[in-house]
Design a protein around this ligand. Sequence first.
Ligand SMILES: [Fe+2]
Length: 408
Amino acid sequence: MSFGLIIRLIFLAFLALSVIAGRHSVRWLAALGTTDTARRRLKRIGWALWILFNLPYAYFLTMGLGTRGSTHQAWHLWFLYPYFAWMVTSLFLSAVLLAKSVVTAPYHIARWWQRRSGKHQADLARREFLAGAATALPATLLLTSGYGILRAQSDFDWFEPALKLRDWPAELEGLRILQISDLHVGNFLPGDKLAEHIEVINRKPCDLMVITGDIINNNMAWFPECMEAMAKLKQPRYGAYVCIGNHDYYAGDPDGVLDGMRKLGMTVLRDEHIEVPIGNSRLTLAGIDYPVWGRHGQEDGRLPAHVDTALAGAPPDAPVLLLAHHPHAFDRAAERGVQLTLSGHTHGGQFAFTPPGGRPVSLGDLMFKYVAGPYEQNGSRLYVNRGLGNWFPMRLGAPPEVTLLTVG
Ligand SMILES: [Fe+2]
C-alpha cells in the first residue's frame, strides 16, 4: 500500500468521524433555540460551519499534505487550521459519544421499555438543559484544539537537563550538548520561521551540537530555504553532527538532505562513528540510518542491526554518544553499553499531560516505549527530544523543544 493511499484512507476515516461529530454538534446547537424558527436557523448555521470547516478536506485528498504550491501562503494555512482543529474535535467527540453509548445503553433500554408500556413522560426542560450542556463539549474541544495549533506554531521551550553518565571521563564533565530534532521544514515550519528559531538558538553557548533527523517534512521543494536558514546556525567548537529521520526519506532525496548538511560543514553519521578528540580524551560519536518502512523493511526490528553497524570497530574504552532518530534504538544501545543516546521522532506524543512531579502521559505511549525526556536502562541514558516542528500542526502539553544537555 503506498504512502499516499494510506494518507487518503486516514482522511476518509476522519471524514466519517467528522460527519458523526457534526450531526451531534448541529443537533445540540439547534436545541439551544427557543422557537422553531430559531432552531431551524441554528441548524443551518451549524451545517454551514461544518461545510466551511471540512472544505480543506477536498484539498488534502487531491493535493496531499506538504505539497509546496500555494500552501506556503500564510493565509492559506489559516484557512487550513480550522480544519485541523475540527479533525481533533471530531476524534475526541466521537470517542466520547461511543463511550456514552456504551455506558448509557442499559438506561436507554429501560426507557424504551417504559415507553412501550406507556409509563414514560418526556421531560422537555431536562432535555433542553442537556442539549445546552452538550453544546459546551464541542465548543470546548474546538477552543482547546485552537490553542494547540497556536502552541505548535509558537516559540520553542528550552529543556536543559543535567545527565549523570556511567564511566564518563573527568575531562568531559560539564560538556554542553545542544540537540535539535524533528524540524520538519515545510508548510508548518517554513525557512523564515526556522531562521527566527536559529537566532534564539545561536545565543545559547554549547560545546557540541547534534541534529537527530526529520530535517525536512516531506517535500524537497522546501530544501533551498531550509539550507538558507540552517546556514545561519552557529556551530560550536567540537562541531555539529547529524543523523537522518524517516521524513528525510519521505521527501524523496535522503542523500540530498545529508549532502546539504555536509556542505554546511556538519558531520553526517549514517551507520558509522567517528572519534572526536576533546582535550586529552576521545568521544566516540555514532549515528544510525533510519530503517524506513517500505524501503528497508520494518522499522523497529532492524534498529539493533543499525546500532551494531554504527558501533563496529569503535574503541572499547572511549565513551559513546549515539544519535538515533527512533528512540527504540536505545534498547540495543543499552545492551552495548552506550553512555548516552539522543533521539527524537515521537514529538513528545504531541498531546501530553504531565502530573506534578511525574512523567508525562501522552498519546505517544500507545506507540512508543520512550516518548519524551530522559530514560535509563542498565546505567545507559537516553534523552528523547520533543522536536522543533511537526507534520500535524497541533501540540498540547508537548511544546516545541530545543535541548541543552549538560553531561557529567
Ligand atoms: Fe518527526
